[in-house]
Design a protein around this ligand. Structure first.
Ligand code: HEC
Length: 242
């Protein structure tokens, strides 16, 4: 079962986790003098707490945890690659047009620290240096004033990748409303790789005769013309997705 704070038509693309993201490029970042004494507890953990653990912790969207040294150590090389090429943390805004107050990209210094740590053999350091565990709120990250649920759960196969599934969810707003924020919460964050919510105006041809809540796979003729969809309200695409 998936839930969203606000909308008209729920178009969920549900695919199994591991089909994504292969690293294509190699690190363009040079290590600097940060080097010699860099350790996990002193230098790396604060960066992971601030920038990574919101997703990389048990029950969240990322495929592995980065809470502890034991969790992070096996992913050293992957972390070096992902932060060097800007793949992680995910941030899609184009550079050079505006300054964003919620810019999620790592500072150059943080990237250099993570790279130096991996290059030094990923030492743990003194446990006494570790900051206290970071606190995270479970559940909605925005404060919704309306929650819209999918009428029926969609059952994923235990393994493999499936095509987009499209479901109509009726909302019947009595009047036009501005939406300032929307958030999608899939019932099973491990299984749902990405999803989209589109708005469907009442006179649209798109999914005109669709039964609310029923899943129609992409390619199904009963979907009708997708030009009848007017707007993308939001996306659930926490990694780089495909
Ligand atoms: C907004 C959520 C989010 C944040 C924040 C985030 N990640 Fe991720 N990360 C993901 C998801 C989701 C995937 C899986 C992507 C996929 O399979 O398409 C992923 C994958 C990865 C991978 C594997 C990449 C690969 O394909 O080999 C690494 C390494 C990684 N993250 C490291 C980090 C680090 C380090 C940070 C912080 C600097 C971070 N992530 C922040 C969600 C996040």
């Amino acid at each position: 079962m998936g839930r969203i704070a606000l909308v008209g038509l729920f178009v969920a693309g549900a695919t199994a986790w591991w089909h994504g993201a292969q690293i294509a490029a190699q690190s363009p970042v040079a290590t600097t003098a940060i080097g010699a004494s860099v350790t996990f507890t002193k230098d790396v953990l604060p960066i992971l707490q601030k920038n990574c653990q919101s997703c990389h912790r048990p029950g969240e969207v990322a495929p592995f945890s980065l809470l502890s040294y034991q969790d992070a150590r096996p992913y050293g090389r992957a972390i070096k690659n992902a932060v060097s090429i800007g793949q992680m943390p995910p941030w899609f805004a184009d550079e050079g047009f505006a300054k964003y107050s919620n810019d999620k990209r790592l500072s150059k210094r943080d990237v250099e620290t993570l790279v130096a740590w991996v290059d030094k053999g990923a030492p743990e350091g003194d446990p006494k240096d570790a900051p206290p565990p970071a606190h995270f709120e479970d559940g909605w990250q925005i404060k919704p004033d309306m929650i819209i649920e999918m009428p029926k759960p969609f059952h994923l196969p235990a393994s493999g990748t499936i095509n987009y599934q499209n479901m109509v969810v009726k909302v019947n707003f009595p009047e036009d409303r501005w939406v300032i924020a929307a958030e999608m919460r899939p019932g099973n964050r491990k299984g749902v790789h990405h999803g989209r919510v589109n708005l469907r105006p009442p006179d649209s041809d798109y999914m005109k005769d669709a039964e609310p809540g029923l899943a129609y796979e992409n390619g199904d003729k009963r979907l009708g013309r997708s030009s009848g969809v007017i707007d993308l309200l939001g996306k659930f695409n926490p990694g780089l997705g495909e």
